[in-house]
Write a protein that binds this ligand. Structure first.
Ligand SMILES: C[S@@+](CC[C@H](N)C(=O)[O-])C[C@H]1O[C@@H](n2cnc3c(N)ncnc32)[C@H](O)[C@@H]1O
Length: 281
Protein backbone atom coordinates (compact mmCIF):
# COMPACT_ATOMS: atom_id res chain seq x y z
CA UNK A 1 0.00 0.00 0.00
CA UNK A 2 1.04 3.61 -0.45
CA UNK A 3 1.69 5.21 2.88
CA UNK A 4 -0.49 8.17 3.76
CA UNK A 5 0.98 11.55 4.67
CA UNK A 6 2.60 14.30 2.65
CA UNK A 7 3.58 12.09 -0.26
CA UNK A 8 0.78 9.65 -1.02
CA UNK A 9 3.02 7.90 -3.56
CA UNK A 10 5.67 6.91 -1.05
CA UNK A 11 6.21 3.18 -1.44
CA UNK A 12 6.81 0.99 1.61
CA UNK A 13 10.02 -1.06 1.55
CA UNK A 14 7.97 -4.18 2.48
CA UNK A 15 5.90 -3.69 -0.72
CA UNK A 16 9.07 -3.39 -2.80
CA UNK A 17 10.39 -6.59 -1.24
CA UNK A 18 7.15 -8.41 -2.10
CA UNK A 19 7.40 -7.21 -5.70
CA UNK A 20 11.07 -8.19 -6.00
CA UNK A 21 10.32 -11.66 -4.57
CA UNK A 22 7.45 -12.24 -7.03
CA UNK A 23 9.64 -11.21 -9.98
CA UNK A 24 12.42 -13.50 -8.77
CA UNK A 25 10.14 -16.52 -8.18
CA UNK A 26 8.04 -16.15 -11.32
CA UNK A 27 10.48 -14.73 -13.87
CA UNK A 28 13.95 -15.50 -12.44
CA UNK A 29 15.08 -11.86 -12.59
CA UNK A 30 16.63 -10.59 -9.36
CA UNK A 31 16.39 -6.85 -8.62
CA UNK A 32 17.25 -7.28 -4.90
CA UNK A 33 20.67 -5.69 -5.27
CA UNK A 34 19.71 -2.78 -7.50
CA UNK A 35 20.29 0.63 -5.86
CA UNK A 36 17.03 0.90 -3.92
CA UNK A 37 16.37 4.63 -4.29
CA UNK A 38 16.48 4.61 -8.09
CA UNK A 39 14.64 1.25 -8.25
CA UNK A 40 11.89 2.74 -6.08
CA UNK A 41 11.66 5.81 -8.35
CA UNK A 42 11.25 3.52 -11.37
CA UNK A 43 8.48 1.54 -9.65
CA UNK A 44 6.68 4.78 -8.77
CA UNK A 45 6.95 5.80 -12.40
CA UNK A 46 5.45 2.49 -13.59
CA UNK A 47 2.59 2.84 -11.12
CA UNK A 48 1.81 6.34 -12.39
CA UNK A 49 2.28 5.46 -16.05
CA UNK A 50 -0.03 2.43 -15.95
CA UNK A 51 -2.38 4.02 -13.37
CA UNK A 52 -2.09 1.18 -10.83
CA UNK A 53 -3.56 2.20 -7.51
CA UNK A 54 -0.99 0.34 -5.38
CA UNK A 55 2.14 -1.80 -5.55
CA UNK A 56 -0.17 -4.75 -4.87
CA UNK A 57 -2.02 -3.98 -8.12
CA UNK A 58 1.31 -4.11 -9.98
CA UNK A 59 2.14 -7.42 -8.25
CA UNK A 60 -1.28 -8.75 -9.30
CA UNK A 61 -0.66 -7.72 -12.92
CA UNK A 62 2.75 -9.38 -12.97
CA UNK A 63 1.34 -12.51 -11.34
CA UNK A 64 -1.41 -12.99 -13.90
CA UNK A 65 -0.08 -11.34 -17.08
CA UNK A 66 3.32 -12.76 -18.11
CA UNK A 67 3.17 -10.76 -21.36
CA UNK A 68 3.42 -7.57 -19.26
CA UNK A 69 6.80 -8.62 -17.85
CA UNK A 70 8.84 -7.47 -20.86
CA UNK A 71 7.33 -3.99 -20.57
CA UNK A 72 8.00 -4.04 -16.83
CA UNK A 73 11.72 -4.79 -17.42
CA UNK A 74 11.93 -1.98 -19.98
CA UNK A 75 10.36 0.49 -17.58
CA UNK A 76 12.31 -0.57 -14.52
CA UNK A 77 15.71 -0.27 -16.22
CA UNK A 78 17.20 3.04 -17.32
CA UNK A 79 18.01 3.01 -21.04
CA UNK A 80 19.36 6.52 -21.59
CA UNK A 81 22.26 6.43 -24.01
CA UNK A 82 23.92 8.43 -26.80
CA UNK A 83 26.49 7.91 -29.53
CA UNK A 84 30.05 8.89 -28.64
CA UNK A 85 28.90 9.60 -25.08
CA UNK A 86 31.82 11.39 -23.34
CA UNK A 87 33.73 12.13 -26.59
CA UNK A 88 37.11 12.34 -24.78
CA UNK A 89 36.66 8.68 -23.74
CA UNK A 90 36.33 7.63 -27.39
CA UNK A 91 39.44 9.62 -28.32
CA UNK A 92 41.45 7.56 -25.79
CA UNK A 93 39.94 4.31 -27.08
CA UNK A 94 40.87 5.26 -30.68
CA UNK A 95 44.32 6.71 -30.05
CA UNK A 96 45.60 4.51 -27.20
CA UNK A 97 43.55 1.43 -26.33
CA UNK A 98 42.90 -0.10 -29.77
CA UNK A 99 46.52 0.50 -30.99
CA UNK A 100 47.77 -1.09 -27.74
CA UNK A 101 45.68 -4.25 -28.35
CA UNK A 102 46.64 -4.45 -32.01
CA UNK A 103 50.34 -4.18 -31.12
CA UNK A 104 50.14 -7.72 -29.71
CA UNK A 105 47.24 -9.40 -31.57
CA UNK A 106 45.80 -9.14 -35.04
CA UNK A 107 42.17 -9.58 -33.92
CA UNK A 108 40.11 -7.72 -31.39
CA UNK A 109 37.13 -8.96 -29.41
CA UNK A 110 34.69 -6.58 -27.74
CA UNK A 111 31.81 -6.99 -25.29
CA UNK A 112 29.30 -4.20 -24.65
CA UNK A 113 27.55 -5.28 -21.40
CA UNK A 114 24.36 -3.25 -20.95
CA UNK A 115 24.30 -1.94 -24.52
CA UNK A 116 20.79 -0.41 -24.34
CA UNK A 117 19.49 0.68 -27.77
CA UNK A 118 22.94 0.24 -29.32
CA UNK A 119 24.35 3.77 -29.61
CA UNK A 120 27.58 2.74 -27.82
CA UNK A 121 27.90 -0.22 -30.21
CA UNK A 122 27.33 1.94 -33.31
CA UNK A 123 29.99 4.35 -32.03
CA UNK A 124 32.55 1.58 -31.62
CA UNK A 125 31.80 0.16 -35.07
CA UNK A 126 32.25 3.61 -36.65
CA UNK A 127 35.52 4.03 -34.74
CA UNK A 128 36.79 0.65 -36.04
CA UNK A 129 35.56 1.39 -39.57
CA UNK A 130 37.36 4.73 -39.63
CA UNK A 131 40.55 3.03 -38.38
CA UNK A 132 40.16 0.49 -41.21
CA UNK A 133 40.15 -2.48 -38.80
CA UNK A 134 36.48 -3.37 -38.45
CA UNK A 135 37.08 -6.65 -40.31
CA UNK A 136 39.55 -7.67 -37.59
CA UNK A 137 36.95 -7.28 -34.88
CA UNK A 138 34.20 -9.36 -33.35
CA UNK A 139 31.64 -7.78 -31.03
CA UNK A 140 28.99 -9.12 -28.69
CA UNK A 141 26.45 -6.63 -27.34
CA UNK A 142 24.15 -7.67 -24.50
CA UNK A 143 21.39 -6.32 -22.31
CA UNK A 144 18.82 -7.69 -19.86
CA UNK A 145 15.98 -5.94 -21.70
CA UNK A 146 14.69 -7.86 -24.73
CA UNK A 147 12.75 -4.89 -26.13
CA UNK A 148 15.82 -2.65 -26.06
CA UNK A 149 17.96 -5.31 -27.78
CA UNK A 150 15.38 -5.45 -30.56
CA UNK A 151 15.62 -1.66 -30.86
CA UNK A 152 19.42 -1.94 -31.05
CA UNK A 153 19.14 -4.57 -33.82
CA UNK A 154 16.75 -2.31 -35.67
CA UNK A 155 19.30 0.53 -35.34
CA UNK A 156 16.94 3.41 -35.88
CA UNK A 157 17.42 6.76 -34.15
CA UNK A 158 15.07 9.73 -33.86
CA UNK A 159 16.00 13.07 -35.43
CA UNK A 160 15.94 14.66 -31.97
CA UNK A 161 18.60 12.26 -30.61
CA UNK A 162 20.73 12.65 -33.73
CA UNK A 163 21.53 16.25 -32.79
CA UNK A 164 23.39 15.21 -29.63
CA UNK A 165 24.99 12.23 -31.40
CA UNK A 166 26.28 14.53 -34.15
CA UNK A 167 27.67 17.03 -31.69
CA UNK A 168 29.46 14.22 -29.77
CA UNK A 169 30.91 12.83 -33.02
CA UNK A 170 32.21 16.28 -33.92
CA UNK A 171 33.81 16.67 -30.48
CA UNK A 172 35.39 13.22 -30.95
CA UNK A 173 36.72 14.53 -34.27
CA UNK A 174 35.45 11.70 -36.40
CA UNK A 175 36.78 11.48 -39.93
CA UNK A 176 33.59 12.34 -41.81
CA UNK A 177 30.09 13.55 -40.97
CA UNK A 178 27.91 11.25 -38.87
CA UNK A 179 25.06 11.33 -41.44
CA UNK A 180 27.27 9.28 -43.75
CA UNK A 181 26.48 6.17 -41.66
CA UNK A 182 22.69 6.63 -41.81
CA UNK A 183 19.87 6.72 -44.27
CA UNK A 184 16.99 9.04 -43.43
CA UNK A 185 13.32 8.15 -43.61
CA UNK A 186 10.89 10.84 -42.43
CA UNK A 187 12.11 11.81 -38.96
CA UNK A 188 14.13 8.62 -38.32
CA UNK A 189 17.75 7.83 -39.09
CA UNK A 190 18.56 4.20 -39.94
CA UNK A 191 22.10 3.07 -39.17
CA UNK A 192 23.82 1.30 -42.07
CA UNK A 193 23.39 -2.41 -41.20
CA UNK A 194 26.57 -3.38 -43.14
CA UNK A 195 28.58 -1.72 -40.38
CA UNK A 196 26.95 -4.09 -37.88
CA UNK A 197 28.03 -7.22 -39.76
CA UNK A 198 30.54 -8.23 -37.05
CA UNK A 199 28.19 -7.61 -34.15
CA UNK A 200 25.88 -10.06 -32.43
CA UNK A 201 23.20 -8.77 -30.07
CA UNK A 202 21.99 -11.09 -27.29
CA UNK A 203 20.16 -11.12 -24.03
CA UNK A 204 22.39 -11.52 -20.97
CA UNK A 205 21.67 -10.76 -17.32
CA UNK A 206 24.73 -9.47 -15.45
CA UNK A 207 23.11 -10.44 -12.14
CA UNK A 208 23.37 -14.13 -13.05
CA UNK A 209 27.13 -13.81 -13.50
CA UNK A 210 27.43 -16.10 -16.52
CA UNK A 211 30.80 -15.89 -18.28
CA UNK A 212 30.26 -16.84 -21.95
CA UNK A 213 33.54 -15.86 -23.63
CA UNK A 214 36.79 -13.89 -23.24
CA UNK A 215 37.34 -10.41 -24.66
CA UNK A 216 40.07 -7.83 -25.26
CA UNK A 217 37.78 -4.97 -24.24
CA UNK A 218 34.69 -4.97 -22.08
CA UNK A 219 32.56 -1.83 -21.95
CA UNK A 220 30.09 -1.76 -19.08
CA UNK A 221 29.33 1.94 -18.90
CA UNK A 222 26.56 3.55 -16.88
CA UNK A 223 25.14 0.19 -15.82
CA UNK A 224 26.66 -0.51 -12.38
CA UNK A 225 25.59 2.93 -11.20
CA UNK A 226 22.13 1.36 -10.74
CA UNK A 227 23.47 -1.51 -8.58
CA UNK A 228 24.38 -1.63 -4.89
CA UNK A 229 27.95 -2.41 -3.75
CA UNK A 230 27.28 -6.16 -3.38
CA UNK A 231 26.05 -6.47 -6.95
CA UNK A 232 28.81 -4.20 -8.30
CA UNK A 233 31.38 -6.53 -6.71
CA UNK A 234 29.81 -9.61 -8.22
CA UNK A 235 29.41 -8.03 -11.69
CA UNK A 236 33.03 -6.86 -11.63
CA UNK A 237 34.09 -10.43 -10.87
CA UNK A 238 32.18 -11.58 -13.99
CA UNK A 239 33.71 -8.81 -16.11
CA UNK A 240 37.19 -9.64 -14.82
CA UNK A 241 36.75 -13.33 -15.72
CA UNK A 242 35.47 -12.30 -19.15
CA UNK A 243 38.67 -10.41 -19.99
CA UNK A 244 41.90 -11.84 -21.34
CA UNK A 245 44.88 -10.99 -19.15
CA UNK A 246 45.90 -7.39 -20.01
CA UNK A 247 42.46 -6.76 -21.51
CA UNK A 248 40.71 -3.43 -20.90
CA UNK A 249 37.65 -2.64 -18.82
CA UNK A 250 35.75 0.60 -19.49
CA UNK A 251 33.14 1.85 -17.02
CA UNK A 252 31.03 5.01 -16.83
CA UNK A 253 32.34 8.44 -15.90
CA UNK A 254 30.45 8.43 -12.57
CA UNK A 255 31.51 4.87 -11.70
CA UNK A 256 34.67 3.66 -9.96
CA UNK A 257 36.60 0.51 -9.15
CA UNK A 258 38.19 2.04 -6.07
CA UNK A 259 35.95 0.46 -3.41
CA UNK A 260 35.52 -2.87 -5.15
CA UNK A 261 36.84 -6.23 -3.92
CA UNK A 262 38.59 -6.83 -7.22
CA UNK A 263 40.32 -3.45 -7.65
CA UNK A 264 43.77 -4.94 -6.96
CA UNK A 265 43.43 -7.14 -10.07
CA UNK A 266 43.21 -4.09 -12.33
CA UNK A 267 45.59 -1.24 -12.97
CA UNK A 268 44.38 2.24 -13.82
CA UNK A 269 45.06 3.22 -17.44
CA UNK A 270 43.10 6.46 -17.52
CA UNK A 271 41.46 7.70 -14.35
CA UNK A 272 39.46 10.48 -16.03
CA UNK A 273 37.97 8.20 -18.65
CA UNK A 274 37.58 5.23 -16.25
CA UNK A 275 39.66 2.79 -18.27
CA UNK A 276 41.36 -0.11 -16.46
CA UNK A 277 43.58 -3.00 -17.48
CA UNK A 278 43.31 -6.53 -16.08
CA UNK A 279 46.73 -6.96 -14.49
CA UNK A 280 46.18 -10.24 -12.58
CA UNK A 281 44.05 -13.37 -13.07
C1 LIG B 1 21.93 3.71 -18.91
S1 LIG B 1 22.01 2.33 -20.00
C2 LIG B 1 23.71 2.40 -20.50
C3 LIG B 1 23.88 2.22 -21.98
C4 LIG B 1 25.29 2.40 -22.51
N1 LIG B 1 26.19 1.44 -21.93
C5 LIG B 1 25.78 3.81 -22.31
O1 LIG B 1 26.64 4.04 -21.44
O2 LIG B 1 25.32 4.72 -22.98
C6 LIG B 1 21.98 0.95 -18.85
C7 LIG B 1 21.62 -0.37 -19.51
O3 LIG B 1 21.93 -1.45 -18.59
C8 LIG B 1 20.96 -2.43 -18.76
N2 LIG B 1 20.92 -3.32 -17.58
C9 LIG B 1 20.36 -3.09 -16.37
N3 LIG B 1 20.47 -4.18 -15.60
C10 LIG B 1 21.13 -5.12 -16.31
C11 LIG B 1 21.52 -6.46 -16.06
N4 LIG B 1 21.26 -7.05 -14.90
N5 LIG B 1 22.17 -7.14 -17.03
C12 LIG B 1 22.43 -6.54 -18.23
N6 LIG B 1 22.07 -5.29 -18.54
C13 LIG B 1 21.41 -4.57 -17.59
C14 LIG B 1 19.66 -1.65 -18.95
O4 LIG B 1 18.64 -2.42 -19.56
C15 LIG B 1 20.14 -0.48 -19.82
O5 LIG B 1 19.94 -0.73 -21.19
Amino acid sequence: MFSSGKNMYDIEISDLRKLIQLVKDKYDYDFKDYAMSSFKRRIKRIIELYKFDSVDALVEKLTHTPSFFEEFVSEVTVNVTEMFRDPSFWVVVRDEIIPNILSSHNKISIWHAGCSSGEEVFSMQILLEEMGIRDKSHTVATDIDTAIINRAKNASISQKNMELNTSNYERYQGKYVLDKYFSKNKDRYHFNQDILSNVSFRKHDLVKGQVFSKFDIVLCRNVMIYFNQTLQNSVLKTLHESLFKYGFLCIGSKESLIWCDISNKFSVINNEEKIYKKSRD
